[in-house]
Design a protein around this ligand. Structure first.
Ligand SMILES: Cc1cc2nc3c(=O)[nH]c(=O)nc-3n(C[C@H](O)[C@H](O)[C@H](O)COP(=O)(O)OP(=O)(O)OC[C@H]3O[C@@H](n4cnc5c(N)ncnc54)[C@H](O)[C@@H]3O)c2cc1C
Length: 292
């Protein structure tokens, strides 16, 4: 088959749950992979653009998402690649080939090393139990304090994300999920795993949010509520179009223990220079802000 036709491929070629893997063409969307293996399994790397972005694009970008703090990035899930190099040579690589980790070199290479025409992905069994909360704070710095407390206590959320005032208002207008419009920050924390452990840890997370002065903590009481919480978070970037016709996005890496201080300083600079800045925008404080 000519390479050009393969590049447009959007087929899921195999779902082999006993082997915890799927084989896809590059045009398959990220969300389609999770849907293909649900409800017993899931595909953790979930960029907010997952409805539209392709696995072919995720691989060269090494995409992560809300789950990457616990589950890792695309590179942790690519186990095989079929590639076409610039001279037309077709290569088939597997993660367990002896020698150099060539699939590892390809993931994150920004499309500079060749074109992926077939991708084998690892998927993971769905967790036994999930608990999700949204804590609303006056300031992003308080939400950041809660993140520091949670992570430094050794709790590893299945997903953790923060939104600030502008993101909350824009995303809420898009989805009507019931996020508090008077809040300066919303922290979404999801724990997953064995039910007993999850419940015990969840109580601790709730206490930590309260100690960081959360003024309202809402727990998703159903799968529909949980899905709505995440849909709102994932709508945040696109919803920025409601705030301004153009926006300039930057990712930052900040030591987790300095999060509160940095977010506070960005707020000060924004008001000094009369800029609409969305410092926590919609971010993954476990990873984008994860100091090593
Ligand atoms: C609204 C929004 C939210 C996002 N949120 C997150 C997030 O939470 N976390 C995160 O990590 N990232 C996030 N991203 C970035 C996201 O990971 C990338 O934009 C996405 O992976 C690119 O996929 P795409 O299908 O749009 O690829 P494209 O943008 O079309 O391509 C991306 C790159 O991949 C190359 N490419 C495409 N197909 C192939 C192929 N078959 N073989 C080789 N190279 C190829 C292209 O040449 C290009 O260099 C977000 C992006 C947006 C727009």
């Amino acid at each position: 088959m000519p390479v050009s036709a393969r590049l447009l491929g959007r087929r899921i070629l195999a779902v082999e749950l006993d082997d915890l893997r799927v084989v896809v063409e590059p045009g398959v969307t990220n969300l389609a992979v999770s849907r293909a293996v649900a409800p017993t399994h899931f595909y953790p790397p979930d960029p907010s653009s997952q409805i539209v972005c392709s696995i072919g694009g995720n691989v060269p970008e090494n995409s992560g998402g809300a789950h990457c703090h616990k589950y890792g990035f695309t590179t942790n899930y690519v186990i095989g690649l079929e590639l076409v190099l610039t001279d037309g040579e077709v290569l088939r690589l597997a993660r367990d080939d002896p020698g150099y980790d060539l699939p590892g070199a390809f993931v994150g290479s920004e499309g500079t090393l060749g074109v992926a025409t077939r991708i084998t992905l690892r998927v993971t069994p769905a967790p036994e139990h999930m608990l999700t909360l949204v804590a609303f704070f006056e300031h992003t710095a308080q939400a950041a304090e809660a993140v520091t407390a949670i992570v430094s206590a050794g709790i590893v959320p299945g997903a953790i994300e923060m939104m600030d005032r502008l993101s909350i208002q824009a995303a809420e207008a898009a989805t009507g999920a019931g996020y508090r419009l008077d809040a300066g920050a919303a922290l979404i924390v999801e724990l997953d795993g064995p039910e007993l452990e999850c419940s015990a840890r969840f109580d601790q997370v709730r206490d930590m949010c309260a100690q960081a002065r959360a003024r309202d903590i809402r727990i998703a009481g159903s799968e529909a509520k949980r899905a709505l919480i995440w849909r709102t978070r994932k709508a945040a970037f696109a919803a920025m179009g409601r705030v301004a016709p153009a926006c300039y996005a930057q990712d930052g890496v900040i030591p987790r223990t300095r999060l509160a201080e940095v977010l506070g300083r960005i707020d000060e600079l924004a008001s000094e220079y009369q800029l609409q800045v969305d410092p926590a925008g919609a971010c993954n404080p476990g990873v984008f802000f994860g100091g090593i």
